[in-house]
Design a protein around this ligand. Structure first.
Ligand code: FA5
Length: 354
């Protein structure tokens, strides 16, 4: 007669099998199946714990229970495996049946556009090329010599205060402090072009400059300048006046009101400031322009000392230099109240500027 323990174990295995085969068949999700699997085969699972009583059975009975145990274990494992596949298959079918609308979404097309300041600069370059000007480049990091000294602005001269200069900590490069700077204007090209090109010549420089500015709607720390340097025989203020009008009327239209007023720049004599009438207040004065005019350029006849510094005889040749801010021009042309939009990187706003 078989032992009570064996009978008990056989009953338990048969019950486990019957109960769980039912549960497995009914399971509708992978989560339910995982739970059943853990309940049976986890560390303390009901099937896992069955063999712990095997050592208490006589050897003969072990031969009976072991195959039953393996059979129940395999049946349950197999049933879970099959039901997992069935659940997966069902969910794939459901996905297939759901009419997924996968029409392509209408993507908004964005094309690149030219920055408004570059646009105005391209117009300017084209205008001056027609008059025989060639492009010249000077370094953005330059020496005090070319930015100031050779332009008749010696160290300690009060005119240096006209430019809020950003100096480079140059000692670590073996250069005396105060000798290396971010150029404050494109005028640093004046003597360089004279050294490189034999007169007569008509050069233009268009590039970035830097100032230690308190930024506001009219002032940026990083700004563009455009400069012409014209060295020929017999030039006068009349040529400067002509160039100013040719240029500004071509950019702004024939109605632009332009004025010239005396202005001190150490590298020109006489020197002038060129202003355009403010389009926001029509000359009345507002918070954008101050007194009704927006300063666009500084200009004048190149000082004889500067010509000499560039190796040119001032008795033989005369020069005109003229430097202005393309951003200020773009503000006037496009009716913008704040210069800071240009360097803002705000593509949505920049794209609107037409
Ligand atoms: C100069 O920089 C002179 N080098 C111009 C010059 C050239 C005079 C040749 C004589 C002969 P000024 O600092 O005024 O001058 O600047 C010239 C123009 O640059 C200004 O009229 C203005 O249009 C623009 N500008 C100056 N500072 C700023 C600024 N912080 N932000 C934007 N534009 C500026």
């Amino acid at each position: 007669m078989q032992s009570f323990l064996l009978t008990e174990m056989e009953n338990k295995l048969n019950e486990l099998k019957a109960d769980h085969l039912q549960q497995i068949k009914r399971a509708q999700t992978l989560q339910e199946l995982d739970d059943i699997f853990l309940k049976l085969f986890g560390k303390n699972g009901q099937i896992t714990l069955v063999p712990k009583d095997f050592p208490s059975l006589p050897k003969e009975e072990l031969k009976t229970i072991a195959p039953l145990f393996n059979q129940v274990k395999n049946n349950l494992e197999q049933a879970i495996k099959e039901q997992r596949s069935a659940v997966r298959e069902k969910s794939y079918q459901k996905l297939n049946e759901e009419a997924l609308d996968i029409q392509p979404v209408a993507l908004q097309q964005r094309s690149g556009f030219i920055h408004p300041v570059i646009k105005i600069e391209n117009e300017i370059i084209e205008l001056f090329e027609k008059l025989g000007f060639f492009r010249f480049e000077a370094p953005q990091i330059d020496s005090d010599q070319y930015n100031f000294e050779l332009l008749n602005i010696p160290a300690g001269h009060p005119a240096r205060d006209l430019w809020d200069t950003l100096y480079i900590d140059s000692q670590k490069y073996g250069i005396n402090p105060g000798q290396l700077l971010l150029r404050t204007h494109t005028s640093n090209a004046q003597v360089r072009v004279m050294e490189k090109v034999k007169p007569p010549f008509r050069a233009m420089i268009i590039d970035r400059c830097f100032r230690y500015e308190n930024i506001d709607p009219r002032h940026e720390h990083t700004l563009e300048q455009f400069e012409v340097v014209l060295v020929e025989k017999g030039l006068s203020m009349a040529n400067l006046q002509y160039l100013s009008e040719y240029f500004l009327k071509n950019i702004f239209g024939q109605d632009i009101k332009v004025r010239m007023r005396p202005k001190y720049y150490p590298f020109v004599e006489p020197g002038v400031g060129v202003d355009g009438e403010c389009i926001f207040c029509y000359g009345k004065g507002c918070k954008i322009c101050g007194e009704g005019w927006l300063e666009l350029a500084g200009a004048g006849m190149i000082h004889p000392k500067v010509l000499k510094n560039g190796g040119i005889n001032p008795q033989e040749f005369s020069g005109i230099a003229w430097g202005f801010g393309p951003e200020r021009m773009a503000m006037l042309k496009y009716g913008l109240a704040d210069i800071r939009i240009f360097n803002s990187g705000n593509l949505t706003e920049l794209e609107k500027i037409k």
